[in-house]
Design a protein around this ligand. Structure first.
Ligand SMILES: [Zn+2]
Length: 101
């Protein structure tokens, strides 16, 4: 590996994949979130505005009025927006509609 000494690029907001717009608040985008714990392969769709989440990602894509599973704090534990790699690992890439900040 060659050296990578100067990597002080400006901080940029990272684009993250979304699977649907939020039918509940109408403003947010639903993004795939996964637990930080690597031995847990759950995944959810989480609205970046109203923070409701859906356990059944396919159901909420199919029907944006599908009842949510709860609000983000109820999830417990540590979660993060899934990377493209994590999405692919779970076979969810077909759900992704696009990317935005
Ligand atoms: Zn929402």
């Amino acid at each position: 590996m060659s050296s990578s000494s100067s990597e002080d690029q400006q901080q940029q907001q990272q684009e993250a994949a979304y699977v649907s717009s939020c039918g509940f608040c109408g403003n947010g985008l639903l993004r795939i979130w996964v637990p930080n714990s690597s031995d847990n392969d759950r995944s959810i769709a989480l609205c970046d505005e109203c923070e409701l989440y859906w356990e059944d990602i396919a159901a909420v894509i199919d029907d944006d009025c599908a009842p949510s599973s709860g609000a983000y704090p109820a999830l417990g534990g540590a979660w993060h927006a899934a990377s493209a790699e994590e999405i692919a690992k779970r076979g969810l890439q077909d759900f992704v509609q696009g990317e935005s900040v």
